[in-house]
Design a protein around this ligand. Structure first.
Ligand code: BDR
Ligand code: CA
Length: 308
Protein backbone atom coordinates (compact mmCIF):
# COMPACT_ATOMS: atom_id res chain seq x y z
CA UNK A 1 0.00 0.00 0.00
CA UNK A 2 1.55 3.31 -1.12
CA UNK A 3 1.03 6.04 1.46
CA UNK A 4 1.96 9.71 1.85
CA UNK A 5 2.03 10.78 5.50
CA UNK A 6 0.92 14.39 6.00
CA UNK A 7 1.70 15.38 9.58
CA UNK A 8 2.38 18.04 12.23
CA UNK A 9 4.62 16.21 14.72
CA UNK A 10 3.43 16.48 17.59
CA UNK A 11 3.61 13.74 20.22
CA UNK A 12 0.84 11.49 18.90
CA UNK A 13 2.08 12.10 15.35
CA UNK A 14 5.46 10.79 16.52
CA UNK A 15 3.74 7.63 17.81
CA UNK A 16 2.17 7.26 14.36
CA UNK A 17 5.65 7.49 12.78
CA UNK A 18 6.79 4.67 15.09
CA UNK A 19 3.77 2.53 14.27
CA UNK A 20 4.21 3.12 10.53
CA UNK A 21 7.83 1.95 10.85
CA UNK A 22 6.36 -1.27 12.28
CA UNK A 23 3.80 -1.69 9.48
CA UNK A 24 5.62 -3.38 6.56
CA UNK A 25 2.27 -3.48 4.72
CA UNK A 26 2.73 0.27 4.17
CA UNK A 27 5.21 1.67 1.69
CA UNK A 28 5.74 5.28 2.71
CA UNK A 29 6.31 7.40 -0.40
CA UNK A 30 6.89 10.71 1.38
CA UNK A 31 6.36 12.59 4.60
CA UNK A 32 4.91 16.06 4.20
CA UNK A 33 4.78 18.50 7.10
CA UNK A 34 2.34 21.21 8.03
CA UNK A 35 1.70 23.85 10.68
CA UNK A 36 -0.49 22.49 13.46
CA UNK A 37 0.76 21.36 16.82
CA UNK A 38 3.57 23.88 16.43
CA UNK A 39 5.09 25.88 13.57
CA UNK A 40 5.83 24.06 10.34
CA UNK A 41 9.53 24.72 10.89
CA UNK A 42 9.51 22.93 14.25
CA UNK A 43 7.22 20.18 12.93
CA UNK A 44 9.66 19.63 10.06
CA UNK A 45 12.64 19.42 12.40
CA UNK A 46 10.69 16.88 14.44
CA UNK A 47 9.88 14.84 11.34
CA UNK A 48 13.58 14.74 10.45
CA UNK A 49 14.50 13.74 14.03
CA UNK A 50 11.96 10.93 13.88
CA UNK A 51 13.10 9.55 10.52
CA UNK A 52 16.63 9.47 11.94
CA UNK A 53 15.49 7.71 15.14
CA UNK A 54 13.62 5.16 13.08
CA UNK A 55 16.15 4.64 10.26
CA UNK A 56 13.72 6.00 7.68
CA UNK A 57 15.95 8.67 6.12
CA UNK A 58 15.38 7.20 2.65
CA UNK A 59 11.83 8.59 2.73
CA UNK A 60 11.63 12.15 1.35
CA UNK A 61 10.51 14.77 3.86
CA UNK A 62 8.98 17.92 2.35
CA UNK A 63 8.07 21.03 4.30
CA UNK A 64 4.57 22.33 3.73
CA UNK A 65 2.17 25.06 4.65
CA UNK A 66 3.31 27.69 7.13
CA UNK A 67 -0.25 28.83 7.80
CA UNK A 68 -3.90 27.90 7.18
CA UNK A 69 -5.72 28.91 4.00
CA UNK A 70 -7.79 31.66 5.63
CA UNK A 71 -7.39 31.71 9.43
CA UNK A 72 -4.37 32.92 11.33
CA UNK A 73 -1.92 30.35 12.65
CA UNK A 74 -2.66 28.37 15.83
CA UNK A 75 -0.12 26.29 17.75
CA UNK A 76 -0.66 23.95 20.70
CA UNK A 77 2.55 24.08 22.70
CA UNK A 78 0.67 23.57 25.98
CA UNK A 79 -0.35 20.18 24.56
CA UNK A 80 2.87 19.09 22.88
CA UNK A 81 5.57 21.24 24.52
CA UNK A 82 7.87 23.96 23.16
CA UNK A 83 9.57 21.63 20.69
CA UNK A 84 6.39 19.68 19.89
CA UNK A 85 7.78 16.42 21.30
CA UNK A 86 7.05 16.90 25.01
CA UNK A 87 9.90 15.94 27.35
CA UNK A 88 11.63 13.83 24.70
CA UNK A 89 15.02 15.01 23.49
CA UNK A 90 16.33 13.71 20.18
CA UNK A 91 19.59 14.72 18.44
CA UNK A 92 19.45 17.66 16.07
CA UNK A 93 18.94 16.10 12.62
CA UNK A 94 21.51 16.17 9.85
CA UNK A 95 19.04 14.86 7.26
CA UNK A 96 17.72 17.55 4.92
CA UNK A 97 14.29 18.18 3.53
CA UNK A 98 13.76 17.81 -0.22
CA UNK A 99 13.71 20.99 -2.31
CA UNK A 100 10.09 20.67 -3.45
CA UNK A 101 7.33 21.88 -1.13
CA UNK A 102 4.73 19.52 0.33
CA UNK A 103 1.78 20.37 -1.94
CA UNK A 104 3.92 20.03 -5.07
CA UNK A 105 5.38 16.73 -3.86
CA UNK A 106 1.86 15.39 -3.27
CA UNK A 107 0.93 16.46 -6.82
CA UNK A 108 4.03 14.83 -8.31
CA UNK A 109 3.66 11.53 -6.45
CA UNK A 110 -0.07 11.18 -7.14
CA UNK A 111 0.38 11.97 -10.83
CA UNK A 112 3.15 9.40 -11.07
CA UNK A 113 0.97 6.76 -9.34
CA UNK A 114 -2.63 7.47 -10.37
CA UNK A 115 -5.19 5.50 -8.38
CA UNK A 116 -2.55 4.08 -6.05
CA UNK A 117 -1.83 6.65 -3.35
CA UNK A 118 -3.44 6.77 0.07
CA UNK A 119 -2.89 10.04 1.91
CA UNK A 120 -2.84 9.70 5.68
CA UNK A 121 -3.52 13.15 7.13
CA UNK A 122 -2.84 13.49 10.86
CA UNK A 123 -2.68 17.27 11.05
CA UNK A 124 -4.56 20.20 9.50
CA UNK A 125 -5.14 19.35 5.81
CA UNK A 126 -3.75 22.58 4.32
CA UNK A 127 -1.18 20.80 2.12
CA UNK A 128 -3.80 18.56 0.56
CA UNK A 129 -6.17 21.50 -0.01
CA UNK A 130 -3.38 23.46 -1.70
CA UNK A 131 -2.56 20.46 -3.88
CA UNK A 132 -6.23 20.07 -4.89
CA UNK A 133 -6.54 23.79 -5.67
CA UNK A 134 -3.43 23.71 -7.83
CA UNK A 135 -4.21 20.45 -9.61
CA UNK A 136 -7.95 19.65 -9.54
CA UNK A 137 -7.32 16.43 -11.48
CA UNK A 138 -5.87 14.96 -8.28
CA UNK A 139 -9.31 14.28 -6.86
CA UNK A 140 -9.77 11.50 -9.43
CA UNK A 141 -6.24 10.17 -9.01
CA UNK A 142 -5.89 9.91 -5.21
CA UNK A 143 -6.91 6.40 -4.12
CA UNK A 144 -8.24 7.54 -0.75
CA UNK A 145 -7.63 9.83 2.21
CA UNK A 146 -7.65 8.78 5.85
CA UNK A 147 -7.88 11.83 8.09
CA UNK A 148 -7.68 12.07 11.88
CA UNK A 149 -10.10 14.93 12.17
CA UNK A 150 -13.16 16.34 13.79
CA UNK A 151 -15.60 15.15 16.37
CA UNK A 152 -19.19 14.04 15.91
CA UNK A 153 -20.62 13.58 19.44
CA UNK A 154 -17.55 13.82 21.67
CA UNK A 155 -16.66 17.27 23.07
CA UNK A 156 -14.17 19.34 21.12
CA UNK A 157 -10.57 19.59 22.23
CA UNK A 158 -9.89 22.97 20.60
CA UNK A 159 -13.22 24.69 21.30
CA UNK A 160 -16.26 23.20 23.07
CA UNK A 161 -17.37 21.79 19.72
CA UNK A 162 -14.38 21.50 17.41
CA UNK A 163 -11.41 19.21 17.12
CA UNK A 164 -7.90 20.66 16.82
CA UNK A 165 -6.90 19.60 13.28
CA UNK A 166 -10.14 20.89 11.77
CA UNK A 167 -10.10 23.97 14.02
CA UNK A 168 -6.64 24.93 12.71
CA UNK A 169 -7.78 25.06 9.09
CA UNK A 170 -11.53 24.54 8.58
CA UNK A 171 -11.53 25.94 5.04
CA UNK A 172 -9.04 23.30 3.93
CA UNK A 173 -11.12 20.58 5.52
CA UNK A 174 -14.16 21.92 3.68
CA UNK A 175 -12.27 21.52 0.39
CA UNK A 176 -11.49 17.91 1.29
CA UNK A 177 -15.13 17.18 2.22
CA UNK A 178 -16.30 18.54 -1.13
CA UNK A 179 -13.59 16.90 -3.22
CA UNK A 180 -15.39 13.62 -3.91
CA UNK A 181 -12.27 11.71 -2.81
CA UNK A 182 -12.87 8.43 -0.97
CA UNK A 183 -12.54 9.78 2.58
CA UNK A 184 -12.28 8.05 5.95
CA UNK A 185 -12.56 10.28 9.01
CA UNK A 186 -11.17 9.17 12.37
CA UNK A 187 -12.75 11.56 14.89
CA UNK A 188 -12.27 12.17 18.61
CA UNK A 189 -15.30 9.92 19.25
CA UNK A 190 -12.98 6.95 18.74
CA UNK A 191 -9.53 8.37 19.46
CA UNK A 192 -10.48 9.60 22.94
CA UNK A 193 -11.43 6.02 23.84
CA UNK A 194 -7.80 5.04 23.22
CA UNK A 195 -6.07 6.29 26.35
CA UNK A 196 -2.41 5.35 26.59
CA UNK A 197 -1.19 5.03 30.19
CA UNK A 198 1.93 4.19 32.17
CA UNK A 199 0.66 0.59 32.22
CA UNK A 200 1.02 0.50 28.44
CA UNK A 201 4.58 1.80 28.75
CA UNK A 202 5.32 -1.08 31.13
CA UNK A 203 4.04 -3.44 28.45
CA UNK A 204 6.65 -2.02 26.06
CA UNK A 205 9.39 -3.78 28.04
CA UNK A 206 11.50 -5.55 25.45
CA UNK A 207 10.95 -2.88 22.79
CA UNK A 208 14.01 -1.08 21.42
CA UNK A 209 15.38 0.93 24.34
CA UNK A 210 15.67 4.30 22.56
CA UNK A 211 12.17 4.00 21.11
CA UNK A 212 10.65 2.99 24.44
CA UNK A 213 12.49 5.87 26.10
CA UNK A 214 11.19 8.29 23.45
CA UNK A 215 7.62 7.07 23.97
CA UNK A 216 8.02 7.35 27.76
CA UNK A 217 9.41 10.91 27.70
CA UNK A 218 7.08 12.31 25.02
CA UNK A 219 3.90 10.80 26.43
CA UNK A 220 4.83 11.88 29.99
CA UNK A 221 4.30 15.48 28.83
CA UNK A 222 1.12 14.55 26.96
CA UNK A 223 -0.25 12.83 30.07
CA UNK A 224 0.49 15.93 32.15
CA UNK A 225 -1.50 18.00 29.65
CA UNK A 226 -4.45 15.60 29.67
CA UNK A 227 -4.51 15.53 33.48
CA UNK A 228 -4.20 19.30 33.92
CA UNK A 229 -6.48 20.54 31.11
CA UNK A 230 -8.92 17.69 30.58
CA UNK A 231 -9.00 15.73 33.85
CA UNK A 232 -8.09 12.59 31.92
CA UNK A 233 -5.68 9.92 33.17
CA UNK A 234 -3.41 8.85 30.33
CA UNK A 235 -3.26 10.44 26.88
CA UNK A 236 -5.40 10.03 23.77
CA UNK A 237 -3.22 8.61 21.01
CA UNK A 238 -5.29 9.98 18.17
CA UNK A 239 -2.93 9.77 15.22
CA UNK A 240 -1.66 6.17 15.56
CA UNK A 241 -5.26 4.92 15.42
CA UNK A 242 -5.66 6.52 11.99
CA UNK A 243 -2.42 4.82 10.89
CA UNK A 244 -3.45 1.46 12.32
CA UNK A 245 -6.70 1.24 10.39
CA UNK A 246 -4.79 1.41 7.11
CA UNK A 247 -3.89 -2.23 7.65
CA UNK A 248 -6.43 -3.27 10.28
CA UNK A 249 -9.72 -1.59 9.41
CA UNK A 250 -11.65 -3.97 11.66
CA UNK A 251 -10.29 -2.08 14.70
CA UNK A 252 -13.13 0.40 14.10
CA UNK A 253 -16.74 0.33 12.99
CA UNK A 254 -17.47 2.79 10.20
CA UNK A 255 -20.67 4.57 9.26
CA UNK A 256 -21.29 6.14 5.86
CA UNK A 257 -22.31 9.73 6.53
CA UNK A 258 -22.87 12.99 4.75
CA UNK A 259 -20.45 15.19 6.68
CA UNK A 260 -20.46 18.97 6.63
CA UNK A 261 -18.53 21.67 8.39
CA UNK A 262 -19.60 24.92 10.04
CA UNK A 263 -17.39 27.70 8.68
CA UNK A 264 -19.15 30.69 10.23
CA UNK A 265 -20.83 29.74 13.55
CA UNK A 266 -20.10 31.87 16.59
CA UNK A 267 -20.04 28.89 19.00
CA UNK A 268 -19.71 26.06 16.51
CA UNK A 269 -17.08 27.31 14.06
CA UNK A 270 -15.05 24.39 12.70
CA UNK A 271 -17.52 21.83 14.06
CA UNK A 272 -18.18 18.93 11.70
CA UNK A 273 -21.57 17.28 11.69
CA UNK A 274 -22.65 13.86 10.44
CA UNK A 275 -26.13 13.44 9.03
CA UNK A 276 -27.02 10.28 10.97
CA UNK A 277 -30.69 10.15 9.88
CA UNK A 278 -29.94 11.52 6.41
CA UNK A 279 -32.17 14.52 7.13
CA UNK A 280 -30.49 16.41 4.29
CA UNK A 281 -31.11 13.61 1.78
CA UNK A 282 -27.53 14.12 0.60
CA UNK A 283 -25.29 11.28 -0.48
CA UNK A 284 -22.66 10.18 2.02
CA UNK A 285 -19.26 11.77 1.41
CA UNK A 286 -17.27 10.02 4.13
CA UNK A 287 -16.84 6.86 6.13
CA UNK A 288 -16.62 7.86 9.77
CA UNK A 289 -15.10 5.63 12.48
CA UNK A 290 -17.71 5.67 15.26
CA UNK A 291 -16.68 2.70 17.43
CA UNK A 292 -13.28 1.25 18.26
CA UNK A 293 -12.02 -1.99 19.80
CA UNK A 294 -9.71 -0.25 22.26
CA UNK A 295 -7.95 -3.35 23.60
CA UNK A 296 -7.32 -4.68 20.10
CA UNK A 297 -5.82 -1.36 19.06
CA UNK A 298 -3.58 -1.08 22.13
CA UNK A 299 -2.43 -4.68 21.64
CA UNK A 300 -1.74 -3.97 17.96
CA UNK A 301 0.24 -0.81 18.81
CA UNK A 302 2.33 -2.48 21.52
CA UNK A 303 2.99 -5.69 19.60
CA UNK A 304 3.99 -3.83 16.46
CA UNK A 305 6.31 -1.40 18.30
CA UNK A 306 8.11 -4.39 19.80
CA UNK A 307 8.90 -5.68 16.29
CA UNK A 308 11.13 -2.69 15.46
C1 BDR B 1 -5.18 16.03 16.76
O1 BDR B 1 -4.67 17.34 17.02
C2 BDR B 1 -3.33 17.27 17.40
O2 BDR B 1 -3.11 17.90 18.62
C3 BDR B 1 -2.93 15.82 17.46
O3 BDR B 1 -1.64 15.64 16.92
C4 BDR B 1 -3.98 15.12 16.63
O4 BDR B 1 -3.61 15.04 15.28
C5 BDR B 1 -6.14 15.64 17.86
O5 BDR B 1 -7.18 16.56 17.94
CA1 CA C 1 -1.33 15.47 14.55
Amino acid sequence: MKVILDTDPGIDDALAFILLKAMPEVSLQAITTTHGNTTVEKCTTNALKLVELLGMTDIPVAMGATEPLVKTLSVAEETHGDTGLGHAVLPHPTTKIVEVNAANLIIDIVNANPGEITILCIGPVTNLALALLKDPTLRKKIKNVVSMAGTIHYPGNATPSSEYNVFCDPESFDILLRSGIDLTIVPLDVTYQCLFTKAHIERLAGAREDIRNFIDRSTAFYMEFHAEYQGIEGCAINDPLAAAILVKPDLVKMRDYYVDIELRGEFTAAKISADHFNASGKTANAKVAMEVDVDAFMDFFIERVKTI
